[in-house]
Design a protein around this ligand. Structure first.
Ligand code: NAG
Ligand code: NAG
Ligand code: NAG
Ligand code: NAG
Ligand code: NAG
Ligand code: NAG
Ligand code: NAG
Length: 483
């Protein structure tokens, strides 16, 4: 019954909504003769929404946009997201600071000087198209021809991700001196060939470079030569078997490195050589990584955040992985979640100096070392809310929070002991146990014999005293039989 009632009432609501929608549509119909929506967020901020309109070519700009009031500092966003445009023809002139997105179209061709009239194009998104390397010639990003030469354009962000690029023209960036962010992710680059390297090396103001999922296995040494401002690089989902040595060339500027899902098997003292300015490092989802060797992180003298997680086979982190950093410790956040770790050395790092520590999703062996790290050295206070790791072993502690373990046989926790080897119940040999039992038995036996002798002497003594001293003193507290 109830179900029926609900049904009818929602049907009524639907009818009302439909009527309202069709009314508003009818009202709007005249206004929407232009294919795109213009919205004005404030005086200086316009959006032209041409998304999802089945456009196969670029339309004329609506007059509202070509007559922006404060021409110089207006911000205009134009989006052609998810249409079927295949040919980017020369865009009509536009005033203001422009951002254009052609994301998710079918672009196979870009005309030369396509963006030359767009006064100040600062952001261009060409991702998710069918662009091949030979389409990307230097002349497509050229400014207007004046004073017998082509001028530069203001482009700062260029997204070429998810296309079909194998190689870049060496002159691609000759008219874009201010290019700071370049996304080349998800392209079948495979090899950074000579011309591609020349192209990258010419983008000297680059700060952000995304080379993830490009199937590359190496980066030639001189690729980053001259990129003195490069701060952030993503090399994830590639075929690197080592962290590329060429990164050390940008060691004086690089702050963020993402190195996920590559077929590396170990990290060692060569991995991060020269990266002295690195602030944040992410090494995750590297399924073949099984060991972090000694001195691995030592070159990273500015590191604040380390994500070393989701490496399903990572079983071992050398106790000296951070050696030499401890005097000038900079790390604040360390995430070791979802690896295959079971033990950590007590002196791996100065645990109390961390702000956040992640350890969930490993098979922790809850032994004295771990108890020391968590309890005595305060690591247990650094876990995020609701992210307390569990013990996997020994059996009787399995499933307990590692912050819950108090191992009674461990020596008194004190930081002075941390460098010494902790005592384990397993260290006891059967020989030791037998000797201990024997020792205790001897002590007990001697004690009993002495006890009898003393008792016998007392009896004799008391009998003698009783005769001369008739009053007995009884300790009320000790003699319960008195009550
Ligand atoms: C334009 O306005 C939108 C919405 O208020 C805002 O999100 C965006 O940051 C603004 N853009 C600029 C460049 O001011
Ligand atoms: C742009 O227009 C499309 C189609 O009308 C709509 O789905 C989308 O939400 C709009 N986007 C913005 C940011 O208004
Ligand atoms: C674009 O729109 C089509 C339907 O017109 C849809 O099938 C497709 O998934 C959309 N693409 C993206 C990237 O959203
Ligand atoms: C792209 O458009 C221009 C101008 O309309 C035309 O000359 C050119 O042939 C077109 N290219 C392709 C591949 O359609
Ligand atoms: C590049 O940026 C600088 C500083 O913001 C600016 O003065 C210069 O005009 C820009 N160059 C171009 C070609 O836009
Ligand atoms: C972790 O290592 C053990 C062997 O020590 C192995 O059996 C197990 O499959 C590994 N776990 C994962 C998630 O790889
Ligand atoms: C941790 O200890 C508390 C209090 O002793 C107990 O209530 C809780 O069940 C324990 N939790 C786990 C997961 O061991």
């Amino acid at each position: 019954m109830e179900y029926r009632i609900n049904c009818t009432s929602s049907a009524q609501v639907l009818v009302i909504i439909c009527v309202l929608v069709s009314l508003s549509c009818a009202q709007k119909a005249e206004v929407e003769s232009a294919p795109c929506d213009i919205s004005r967020n404030d005086d200086n901020n316009l959006t032209l929404n041409c998304s999802r309109r089945s456009l196969s070519h670029i339309p004329e700009w609506p007059v509202q946009i070509t007559k922006i009031d404060k021409v110089s500092d207006a911000h205009v966003l134009i989006t052609f997201f998810n249409n079927t445009i295949s040919n980017v023809t020369q865009l009509p002139a536009l005033p203001g600071r422009i951002a254009i997105s052609f994301k998710a179209n079918r672009i196979v061709e870009i005309e030369k000087d396509a963006f030359g009239d767009v006064g100040r194009l600062v952001y261009l998104d060409l991702s998710k198209n069918l662009i091949k390397g030979d389409v990307l010639r230097g002349e497509i990003f050229r400014g207007p021809y004046r004073d017998n030469k082509y001028n530069n354009i203001t482009l700062e962000t260029l997204n070429l991700g998810h296309n079909e690029i194998h190689s870049l023209d060496k002159d691609l960036f000759q008219y874009t001196p201010n290019l700071t962010r370049l996304y080349l992710n998800n392209n079948p680059i495979e090899i950074l060939d000579h011309v591609t390297v020349l192209a990258l090396a010419s983008a000297t103001n680059l700060e952000v470079l995304d080379l993830s999922k490009t199937d590359i296995a190496t980066i030639p040494l001189h690729t980053f030569k001259g990129l003195t401002k490069l701060q952030q690089i993503d090399l994830s989902n590639n075929k690197f078997v080592t962290v590329p040595e060429s990164l050390s060339i940008v060691g004086n500027s690089l702050k963020y490195l993402t190195f996920n899902n590559n077929p590396i098997v170990e990290l060692n003292d060569d991995s991060f050589i020269g990266l002295t300015k690195l602030v944040e490092l992410e090494v995750a989802e590297n399924d073949y990584l099984d060991e972090v060797k000694r001195n691995t992180f030592v070159p990273l003298t500015s590191l604040r955040v380390l994500h070393l997680c989701h490496n399903g086979n990572l079983r071992y982190i050398s106790r000296s992985a951070f050696r030499g950093m401890k005097d000038k410790w900079t790390l604040k956040e360390v995430y070791l979640d979802d690896n295959n770790l079971s033990e950590l050395s007590t002196d791996l790092m100065p645990w109390d100096k961390l702000e956040i520590l992640g350890m969930t999703g490993n098979s922790w062996l809850c032994n004295c070392d771990l108890a020391n790290i968590v309890t005595a050295q305060g690591a247990g206070k650094k876990f995020k809310f609701g992210e307390i790791p569990y013990c996997a072993a020994p059996m009787r502690l399995s499933g307990e929070y590692i912050t819950n373990i108090t191992v009674s046989f461990c020596p008194t926790f004190d930081n002075t002991f941390t460098s010494k080897r902790s005592f384990r119940i397993g260290d006891l040999k059967p020989k030791h146990v037998l000797w201990s039992i024997f020792g205790v038995t001897v002590v007990v036996a001697i004690g009993m014999v002495l006890g009898w002798i003393v008792k016998a002497m007392k009896t004799v003594y008391k009998k003698k005293i009783k005769k001369t001293q008739p009053i007995r003193y009884i300790n009320l507290n000790e003699d319960s039989s008195f009550a």
